[in-house]
Design a protein. Structure first.
Length: 285
């Protein structure tokens, strides 16, 4: 179904945001209610954030006419927001809970295929110009929940995925943690970034940790630097090192790969290892 309007309301369990209510008005003016748990909601937000990135690129390429289409779409969605009743939130229909979802991407939008708890399958056709409105509706609902931890978490993990977290204390014998993602999620990000974390130790500057991430940010830009710092904050093993040593420098560079393809593990780890050896050598000079 295509979206004519959408509304969102958070459902809390205690002090924590538990489920997001989404009510959709379709092009025939029928209304449909769905509920997303946090893990599903994060995936949905990652998709929306990626499509918003594409919209921003198109505005640069196509100019004011494309931007005008975006504003027209937002105005139309604003006029068709469906009402969510107190009963729908206080007594949610558990059959409408989204149990799994998979996106099917097109040039100017995507279809979200969702399996519900009642065994039904629902599809949402979302144009890229609608992504910003839907994202903001969800963000405002998260803010309204007053769950600051959920709000901060949501805002910190939407523009990258972590593939490998690597202990570089012994660069000749890498110990690593691999994080698995669905192929569709990996395809959202263009670049593999090898990242090195350098610390001030009692033996001078040492690269003790590294990561391989996928992102659309170019290395050595404020966007990439922001992601790198967030990864350091969110990764327990790197936070543990920071409890002992001061993080003094970070280094990053792109690992060459085909667009929208994910490199094999051996390629990622070898590239990170070589990057570490080269960079540590310059620190020692």
């Amino acid at each position: 179904m295509e979206i004519k309007g959408i509304n969102t309301v958070p459902i809390k369990q205690g002090e924590r945001l538990s489920v997001m209510t989404l009510k959709v008005r379709d092009n025939t003016d029928n209304e449909h209610i769905l509920f997303m748990q946090m893990s599903t909601l994060v995936d949905f937000l990652i998709i929306l954030n990626n499509r918003m990135y594409k919209v921003s690129q198109r505005i640069k390429e196509r100019g004011e006419s494309y931007k005008a289409g975006l504003m027209t779409t937002i105005e139309s969605l604003t006029k068709n927001i469906p009402q969510i009743t107190a009963q729908e939130v206080m007594q949610p229909d558990t059959g409408k809970l989204v149990m799994s979802m998979a996106p099917k991407f097109a040039d100017e939008g995507f279809t979200l295929i969702m399996s519900l708890n009642n065994q039904h399958v629902v599809t949402l056709d979302i144009g890229d110009l609608e992504a910003e409105f839907i994202m903001m509706a969800i963000v405002k609902a998260i803010e309204a929940s007053n769950d600051k931890e959920a709000f901060q978490m949501m805002g910190s993990i939407l523009d990258f995925i972590l593939l490998y977290n690597v202990d570089l204390a012994n660069v000749d014998n890498l110990r690593y943690l691999e994080i698995k993602h669905e192929p569709w999620k990996e395809s959202l990000f263009a670049h593999h970034l090898a990242v090195l974390y350098c610390f001030n130790t009692e033996n001078g500057k040492k690269i003790l940790a590294g990561t391989v991430i996928k992102s659309n940010a170019q290395p050595n830009t404020p966007e990439a630097d922001n992601i790198i710092q967030r990864v350091a904050f969110l990764t327990p093993s790197i936070k543990e090192i920071q409890g002992k040593y001061t993080l003094c420098q970070t280094f990053s560079r792109i690992i060459p790969s085909q667009p929208e393809k994910t490199l094999a593990k051996v390629n990622c780890l070898k590239a990170l290892q070589n990057f570490c050896l080269e960079t540590q050598g310059t620190l020692s000079q």
